[in-house]
Design a protein around this ligand. Structure first.
Ligand code: 1YM
Length: 645
């Protein structure tokens, strides 16, 4: 080397040293620019940053174990059994690479042949920031059969890299104490915080052993994490911890690489019986708390695939609305992990991924693989769609309920329904309202009632097929609005029993299929939106007779086949029998006599054994099967003879 070259080299060295010092000085002056905070969050970030370097070495395939120890005095020691940070002289600075890694800002990705890591670390600044913010930091490298050591204080070199002699092992050990001048609040680590993060990293980096030990006290905790199942194990862990029932045994897992090889995506998902969705996303192993393009791509694909499948297999009928994103994600636990060459983070907390190409990668990955999965696993698909359809119904029902409540407020002050024949009394202790299906029956009831305390509300409009109807159709039904207005007590959260205008609500419908429908419709409605009405015993079913037997000009009524047989036996011959097909066949007088007169009538009081049973019953009531529903009504309607006597 010629003299002027040496001089130039010396100059370059001095310049870079000045830059180094200025660089780390900047970190110490404005730590907030380089780490999230100088509070507990930033403190713990120091550990993650060093651990990230070790995990990168594991991902490169050179190390399978990372140890993290919290030493007395809240000193952190991180060890790996990788190659050891290179110690050779870096030509530009004339310093050992390891020294550069710890003293030059942004050095992380610039050494070791480029593309060293898909950096998502602490704003990509890495080890040197940790060094700058540490009271002291020591690094030990076992590399090429020798052990090297170097010590820094507040980012400044205090010893050169020292060769400490031969060693059998290989790897890197870093020990540091967060600087109390920077972390003024506290330099005490929270075991649980590190535990959560390291467990998460073990899930995200399948097969890597990560051990955490608290040596600050004699009885400190210790954990060892290693998950060969990767993010599938993560999903399994979450669902176990949440103590929810999974609705299919296997975890669905996809992974793929972008066409340009610049990014990868991995997804693990499983549905549970929970009503909540849980989506955890990561970009370059960083938890993206605010989501971003990977989450968006996933959501879009999931909704599309589910609806396509549901249409194809007629799970959604022609007139059914598409399942919403919320519907198809209800109960879903999903972990999304992407690796991006040049990750762009958005938002204040850097918790949102911005790379648009990731949305298409995840979208097409899920689009292709999930549809294949559903085709190949019809039983799982079935379970998932049952869940999504239930979610869809419930959501629609809730929406309708909200709408009704909103409309109700407007209606509260509005006039009572035009068809309501109100009673004179305003005392709910004595008043009753008959809800009657059909105009002709309504006419008879109006004619036959005692107008002092009995009000009549005929229901009109299209009959709803309750057998087939889902909750949304029940709640959206125009038929129910006059009921809400007439009762006056509101529905749902705004229900107020003290505003109830009638003490007894009596459903009066024919003893046929249509009558059973309207009863079921009203009962379901009351259960769902006016539960206290049922709980407090305000709801009744009128029992019109099935037969009229006339003997010697005198009418006798039978309310069941057995009663009819008894009467027939009694009379032997010379009687006339009439079967009532509907309330409309009775005149006003007959209706009063047989069904409405409190002195002689028979009514069924509807009651709920307990809230839990009612909840369950509602499902049956609105389910696809007719028979359990009939049983339910029979079971929950108590036979009360001559109730008012
Ligand atoms: C306890 C922290 O930092 N381990 C670690 C870091 C490096 C390597 C191995 C490494 C990387 C490469 C080659 C390469 C780093 N090296 C560099 C740089 N543990 C910890 N283990 N040989 C060893 O990327 O090619 C930065 S980090 F830049 F010097 F190569």
């Amino acid at each position: 080397m010629e003299l002027n070259e040496i001089t130039r080299a010396q100059q370059e060295y001095d310049e870079s040293q000045i830059q180094v010092l200025e660089g780390l000085e900047a970190v110490r002056k404005r730590p907030g620019m380089y780490i999230s905070s100088t509070g507990p969050r930033g403190l713990h970030h120091l550990v993650y940053e060093i651990v990230d370097n070790a995990i990168d070495e594991a991902l490169a395939g050179y190390c399978d174990r990372v140890d993290v120890e919290i030493l007395p005095g809240d000193v952190i020691e991180v060890r790996d059994n990788g190659r050891g940070i290179p110690v050779g002289i870096e030509h530009k600075t004339g310093l050992p690479a390891v020294t550069v890694v710890y003293t030059v800002l942004h050095a992380g990705g610039k050494f070791g042949g480029g593309g060293y890591k898909v950096s998502g670390g602490l704003h990509g600044v890495g080890a040197s920031v940790v060094n700058a913010l540490s009271e002291y930091l020591e690094v030990e490298v076992q590399n090429g059969g020798r052990l090297y050591y170097q010590r820094f204080e507040r980012g400044n070199v205090v010893t050169d890299l020292i060769d400490k002699g031969p060693t059998e092992g290989h790897g890197t050990t870093v020990r540091f104490k967060a600087d109390p001048e920077i972390f003024k609040e506290s330099t005490v680590y929270e075991y649980a915080t590190l535990q959560t993060r390291l467990r998460e990293q073990a899930f995200l980096n399948a097969g890597v052993h990560i051990c955490l030990t608290d040596l600050r006290t004699e009885d400190g905790q210790s954990d060892s994490f290693c998950y060969h199942g990767g993010i599938s194990s993560f999903v399994e862990y979450i669902n176990k911890k949440k103590a929810v029932e999974v609705i299919h045994p296997d975890i669905i897992h996809f992974s793929g690489v972008a066409a340009d090889n610049n990014s990868t995506a991995e997804i693990a998902m499983q549905y549970t019986d929970s009503y909540n969705e849980l989506m955890l996303s990561f970009a370059n192993n960083i938890h993206t708390v605010d989501g971003g393009t990977h989450e968006e791509g996933f959501k879009r694909a999931l909704t599309r695939v589910m609806n396509d499948y549901a249409r194809k297999y007629n799970i959604l009928k022609e007139n059914d609305k598409n399942l919403s994103g919320d519907d198809v994600r209800e109960g879903l636990t999903v972990v999304i992990s992407v690796k991006v060459k040049d990750a762009q983070f958005e938002s204040q907390t850097k918790g949102k991924l911005g790379n648009t190409e990731i949305a298409s990668l995840v979208n097409s990955l899920v689009g292709e693989k999930l549809s294949v999965y559903l085709e190949e696993n019809p039983a799982v698909a079935r379970a998932i769609f049952d869940k999504a359809l239930a979610a869809s119904r419930a959501r629609e029902a809730a929406r309708k309920a909200r709408e009704l409540v909103r409309r109700k407020s407007a209606l509260e002050n509005a006039a009572l329904p035009g068809k309501l024949a109100d009673c004179q009394s305003r005392n709910p202790d004595e008043t009753e309202i008959y809800i009657v299906e059909g105009d002709s029956a309504g006419g008879s009831a109006k004619g036959g009632r005692d107008r002092k305390f009995q009000a009549i509300l005929p229901l009109w409009g299209k009959m709803l097929n309750v057998e087939k109807a889902r909750l949304d159709k029940v709640y959206g039904n125009e038929k129910l609005m006059p009921v809400v207005t007439a009762l006056g007590c509101g529905i749902g959260e705004e229900f107020d029993l003290t505003k109830l205008r009638y003490g007894k609500i009596i459903i009066m419908a024919d003893a046929d299929v249509d009558g059973s429908h309207i009863r079921t419709l009203l009962l379901t409605f009351f259960y769902r939106f006016m539960k206290p009405l049922v709980e407090e015993g305000h709801v009744f079913l009128a029992q019109p007779p099935l037969y009229r037997i006339t003997k010697g000009g005198k009418h006798h009524y039978a309310y069941s086949d057995q009663e009819r047989d008894k009467l027939m036996d009694q009379f032997g011959s010379g009687y006339e029998i009439q079967r009532y097909k509907g309330l409309g066949e009775m005149d006003s007088e007959q209706l009063w006599e047989t069904t409405m007169n409190p002195e002689t009538r028979i009514m069924l009081q509807v009651e709920v054994e307990d809230a839990a049973a009612a909840d369950e019953a509602l499902t049956v009531l609105m389910g696809d099967k007719v028979e359990p529903r009939r049983e339910f009504i029979e079971k929950n309607a108590r036979y009360v003879q001559n109730l008012d006597i």
